[in-house]
Design a protein around this ligand. Sequence first.
Ligand code: ADP
Ligand code: MG
Length: 701
Amino acid sequence: MPNLDSNIEFLKGVGPQRADTLKTELGIFTCRDLLFHFPFRYIDRTQFHRIRDVHHEGENVQLRGILRRLETMGEGKAKRLVGTLRDDSGIMELVWFRGVQWLEKSLQVGKEYIVFGRVSEFNGRLNIPHPEMEEANQETGQKAKNFDPVYPTTDKLTQKGLDAKGIRKLMRTLIDGLTASELPETMPDYLTRQFRLTSRLDALQKIHFPENQQELDGATRRLKFEELFFLQLRLLQIRTRRKDSFRGFVFSKIGAFFNDFYQKKLPFELTGAQKRVLKEIRSDLASGKHMNRLVQGDVGSGKTVVALMTMLMALDNGFQACMMAPTEILAQQHFEGITALVGDLGVNVGYLSGSVKGKKREAILAQLASGEMHILIGTHALIEEWVKFKNIGISVIDEQHRFGVEQRAKLWAKNPSGPPHVLVMTATPIPRTLAMTLYGDLDVSVIDELPPGRKPISTMHKTEHHRLRVQGFMKEEIAKGRQVYVVYPMIEETETMDLQNLMSGFEALSRDFPPPEYHISIVHGKMKPADKDFEMQRFLRKETQIMVATTVIEVGVNVPNASVMVIENAERFGLSQLHQLRGRVGRGADQSYCILLTSYKLSHEGRERIQTMVQTTDGFVIAEADLRLRGPGNIEGTQQSGMLRFLLADLARDGQMLAAAREVATQILEKDPALSLPEHGRLRQHLASEGRDARVWSRIS
Ligand code: ADP
Ligand code: MG
C-alpha cells in the first residue's frame, strides 16, 4: 500500500496511463489529492420515498410500488414507453425514450418494483425518466441498501474506465488502506470536544462512504469547520504579524488643517456613522501600528469626506497623502470636489493620471518631491515607480474591488522610511462572511447611515410594453429640470452585439427626444478617454438631459441633478451592479427613480434579482441576496481569489460556522500568538505542512 504522498500511479487499479489522465483532467497527482476529491452528490438508497411526498424536480428518489400500466406512445422520434407506478400513497409516471422494445418485454405489469431515479417535470406534472428498475423480492428487500458517493469525472477519464463508479472503486481501495497515523488529528482535543467534531480520519472516511445521511452530515461539518478555521487562523496570524513587525507612522496630533476644515469648511454635520468611523481611523493612526482599514459604506453614505479628513490628519503631522480612484472620471471628480471643499485652507491638492503629461506632469512631480504638494489625487498612475513623494503617510484607495492586492503592496514601498497607512473604501457592500475571508487581514469599518434628508429611491420594474409610458415619464422629469441616465449592458463576450444594441437605443432616443428641446450624451468603453470626458462634462454642465451609457458610469460618478436611472435589459446585470447603478441617482434632495426594464419572460433567478431591487435599497441586504443567488465565486471582484476556492464550505450558507471559527481562532491567537503552547502543537504542525497553498497566502500577505 503506497502512502498518501505517493504518486497516484502506484495505487492499485491506477497505473501509468490512468495516472496521466487523472493528472491532466482533475489535477490529481498523489493519493492525498484523490482523497480530497470529494463526491459532489450521493445516491441515498437507504430509504424509500412515498410517492405522495415527492414534490420537487431534481430530487433523487427511491420508490417501491406495483407497476400498474405500461404502454408505448407516440411515433418516430416521439416514441416512448410510459409506465405507471403505484404505492399506497399515490401514482408516479415513469418514462423511457430508449431501449423501449427490450424494456417492454422485460418489465411486467402487476409486479412490485424498486424504482430509483431523478424526478423531472413535464407539462406541470412530475415523472421519472429512465429510472433504474429492480424487481422487489426477498433478496432485494434484504440486501444492504447503499449510500453511494457520486464523483465528478470527465469524458477522457470515462474512456479510461474512470467514470463515477470507477473512481468510487479507486476510492474504496484508498480508504480501506488508510491508517490513523497517516491522517493525524489537526485540531486540539478541546476544540473537537467543544464543537463535537468527529476525528479527521473518521470524517475523511465517511465523507466518501457514509452509511447514512447522519454520518455524512457529521463528516461534512467536521471538514467544513476545519477548512474555515484554518483559513481564519492564517488570516489572523498574518494580520497580527504585520501589526507587530511594521511600525506605522504615528499621527499624534490633530492640528490646524483638520480643525480649520472641521470648523470653517465642512458644509454639513457629520453623520453618527461618519464620526464613529473617523474615531476608529484616528485611534489606528495614533497607535503606532500600521493601519490597513477597509471602510464599507453604501453609495452616497459620505465616504469622500471621511477620506479627506483622514488625509488632513496626515498633513497635520507633516506627511503627504494620496487618493486613488479606478477611473479618470472618478479621480477628476474627487480632485474637483476636494479642491472645492478645502477652499482657501492652504492645502495644495494635485491631480495626476496617465493623461497628465509633459510640463504639467513635471511640475507635479517636482512639487511632490519637494513636499509642497500635500495631497495627490489620481488614477492608478499614482503607484507607478516614477511617482515619488517626499514623505507620504497615507494612501486612500477608493472602490478597492478594482485594485489588486499587489497594488496595495506597491503603495507600501512609496515611503522608504516605512509603509504609509492604507485606507480602502468600497461602496460594494460585502456580505460579512466574504469580508471576513477576502479582507480577513484588514480591519473593517462600516458607514451604515445615510446623510439626513435623502429620499429613498423609488424603484420600478417595467417591461417592453411600458416603453412609451417610461418615455413619457422621462419627459416629465426633464421638464422639471432633472436629468436622466439610460444604461445598457456591455459584456466582453457579446460586445459587438451589445454595442449595436446601445447604438440603436441611442438612435431611437434621439428620434423620440429630438433637438433643439433635447440633447443626449453618450459614453461607452470603446470611446477615447478624451471623448468620454467631453460627453461627461456636457452632462455635468446640464447641456444634455439624457446620458446614454454602459456601466462605465457605474462607479462613483456624482451628478446630483440626475433623478432618473433607466436600466435596459436589467435582467442581464448582477445585483451588485444594479445597486451601484441605482446609486448614481438620489444624490440630491429630489425624489429619484430607478426603472428596471426587462423582457416579459424572465428566468427564476432574474426575477428574484429584479424583485430584490424593487423591495430594498439596503446594500447589505442586496449583497447577501447576491451571494445567495450567485455564490461567492461570482461576486464582483472576487473571481480570481484563490481564498474562495473552498472544498466544502459555502460562504452563502455557512456564515454562522465561519463566524464561530473566526471567533475561536481569534481567542487562540490572543492567548498564544505564536502557537507555542503544547496544546497547540497540532495547529502549528498543520499550518506548516500546508505549504502547497503557499501561493495564495503569499499574495495576500
Ligand atoms: P460615497 O460614499 O458614495 O462616496 P460621497 O462621499 O460622494 O458618497 O457623498 C455623497 C454626497 O453626500 C456628497 O454630495 C456629499 O457632499 C454628501 N454628504 C456626505 N456626508 C454628508 C453629511 N454628513 N450630511 C450631508 N451630506 C453629506
Ligand atoms: Mg465615493
